[in-house]
Write a protein that binds this ligand. Structure first.
Ligand code: OSB
Ligand code: MG
Length: 369
């Protein structure tokens, strides 16, 4: 396979509702949609899952665009690519910048699947035809407001509810939700808002029977998480701390977590996400697919990934309408009773709505060398 052109479509998209985490609030997002085109004119699509500000990790949408233009696209364009699994290693000459690497790598996966006329899920060895879906809920104004929101999402059929927490916006919030819904699959995501000084405080979450607590401690830590896991009953799930297969191996070996949230962008692409899935499977560690408020393109990649068998916990892959008034893919991602069908069509299985894409585009650049 030869890529002859890559088009970077940077779009600006407004979220249907603000989304608040312990590190800040999202209202809108710039996202670079990466279109990789081969010699026969077939397009594969990927997207940058970074935020506008470098608060989740060190990347932003515009740092990913810079890295793509100056380093990653020049490395893959006009090269012979035998299989998308090889792309990860073509990009390790630059350290980190995982989200930028992932945007072009996932576009190549989609292109390769389309060229071979198979779905992305089938290409990666996915066995599920439908996936269970969870809902990630941002921090709300009050515990009552959160419990009310949870009720709406439970009624809509979501199979897991994840609530964002932060110091001062944790115990009362979880308590309000659990009182109203004693049995729902419930978890909390702290986005690194605590330290080991909070052990006694975090122990107070144990009676709530949470499926897990996601990334309670520092974004770059796996040592303190191992200490914390020994002290609390709630399983720890790592998000921010796992950027690679090596990170996952070390975290499992140290006992830093019992579950891993796999995000394609955070680990540098679909290839590494698959490798982490396999490692976790071999070690009896369940995984689930996290979200980064993606457009339908990123969501489609997430759905394909989730078709792998060790994705046994519902992911943050809510349907399009939970993020955007109108998505840029056709048809939009829909959910029925908490279930999304894995696409059977070639590649990511969705078409790009070119008209909508043009309307939302704030910058467009074609790279041919
Ligand atoms: O920590 O999982 C996270 C969104 C942006 C950045 C980080 C996270 C999130 C989410 C939202 O939790 C998941 C989604 O619905 O896409
Ligand atoms: Mg998280």
């Amino acid at each position: 396979m030869h890529i002859k052109e890559v088009v970077l479509h940077t779009v600006k998209m407004k979220l249907v509702a603000p989304f608040t985490t312990s590190f800040g609030t999202f209202n809108e997002k710039h996202i670079c949609l990466v279109e990789a085109i081969d010699e026969s004119g077939i397009s594969g699509w990927g997207e940058t899952t970074a935020s506008d500000e470098p608060y989740y990790n060190e990347e932003t949408t515009y740092t990913t665009v810079y890295m793509l233009k100056n380093f990653f696209i020049p490395r893959v364009i006009h090269q012979t690519i035998k299989h998308p699994m090889d792309v990860h290693d073509m990009l390790t000459f630059v350290r980190r910048n995982q989200i930028a690497k992932s945007a072009i790598e996932t576009a190549i996966w989609d292109l390769f699947a389309k060229k071979n006329d198979i779905s992305l899920a089938e290409l990666i060895g996915g066995t599920k035809t439908e996936i269970e879906v969870g809902k990630s809920i941002g921090i709300q104004a009050s515990p009552e407001k959160l419990a009310e929101k949870v009720g709406d999402y439970v009624d809509e059929g979501f199979r897991k509810i994840k609530v964002k927490i932060a110091p001062g916006e944790d115990l009362e919030y979880i308590d309000a939700v659990r009182k109203k819904f004693p049995d729902i699959p419930l978890m909390a995501d702290a986005n690194s808002a605590y330290t080991l000084d909070d052990i006694d405080h975090l122990k107070k979450l144990d009676p709530y029977n949470l499926m897990m607590i996601e990334q309670p401690l520092a974004h770059d830590d796996i040592i303190d998480h191992a200490t914390l896991q020994k002290e609390i009953q709630t399983p720890i799930c790592l998000d921010e701390s796992v950027h690679s297969l090596e990170d996952a191996r070390k975290a499992i070996q140290l006992g830093s977590c019992r579950i891993i949230n796999v995000k394609i962008g955070r680990v540098g692409g679909l290839g590494e996400a698959i490798r982490i899935h396999n490692l976790c499977q071999d070690n009896g560690v369940p995984v689930w697919c996290g979200g980064m408020l993606e457009t339908g393109i990123g969501r489609a990649h997430n759905i394909a990934l989730t078709s792998l068998s060790n994705f046994t916990i519902p992911g943050d892959t809510a349907p399009s309408s939970h993020y955007w008034d109108e998505d840029i893919i056709e048809p939009e991602v829909t959910m029925d009773q908490g279930i999304i069908q894995v696409q059977k069509g070639p590649g990511i299985g969705f078409d790009i709505n070119r008209e909508k894409l043009e309307q939302l585009t704030v910058e467009k650049e074609s790279i041919t060398t």
